[in-house]
Write a protein that binds this ligand. Sequence first.
Ligand code: PLP
Length: 295
Amino acid sequence: MAAYWLNGKLVNREQATVSVFDHGLLYGDGVFEGIRFYRRKAFRLEAHLRRLSHSATAIGLMLPYTLDELETAIEDVIRACTEADGYLRLVITRGEGSLGIDPALCKRATAFIIADRIAVVAPHVLEQGAKLVIASTRRLPPDGLDPRLKSLNYLNQVLARMEASHADADEAVLLNAQGYVTEGTTDNIFIVRDGTLMTPPVTDGALEGVTRDIILQLARELGITCSERTLAPYDLYTADECFLTGTAVELVPVREIDARMLHSCPGPVFQRLQNAFRDRIAGEAGENSMKRVAS
Ligand SMILES: Cc1ncc(COP(=O)(O)O)c(C=O)c1O
């Protein structure tokens, strides 16, 4: 299934390697995107490339290829895959440098794309709902590392995910330094209360998720009232419904948070949004041309 593209060309798995001096590896100095493809077409590619470009700009990293060139590379790597549906990881690192941290010594960024299957959520979790725990590991504050920046620094999320595993849970929720809800380790979080859909504003410490945006847009189209507002753990515990959104996880209903059982899972609002989301994917994947999907 898998296919690989590295610094301008398709390569096999053995050739898909980077230097031990790459600052992406040594310092987490780089940016990335996770992108789904359905029926050999990258989903919401324009939104992903825009976010990648903003992340790179925010860390002063010059992309080694134009966005059009990256789009062509993505088309090539999808074509090289044996399966029509899958997941892409597009990574741009600062590149090979010295052992010192100074990025100025990295002459050219490294770029690679992996196309592979992804199954991060077990089928029984999709059916019965996920069990969440609130992690003691906090999301880094924006004056440390802006959460809108999709960088290679995921150690907080890794530590939070370990907390979930130790608690025999499926996912962890990270709070910000003030104790308000931000998001999951690799997904955004929504709740429903009295028919209103709510998600924390990205300024509380969440990534501006592409799937999050789609859900907010679908909710408006379906006439579901939605609000981006600060949420406390109390709001999660007492929600009627809760669910997670992300490229890798797609949509996952939540049944339990810190041993509080939610009212409804999968809830009626979740089910409406899930149907609309599936239709949107099918609609966009069905378009004949490879033109970018306007977000
Ligand atoms: C920290 C974090 N939050 C949220 C998301 C969901 O974003 P998207 O819907 O763009 O995949 C991701 C996805 O990678 C993520 O890493």
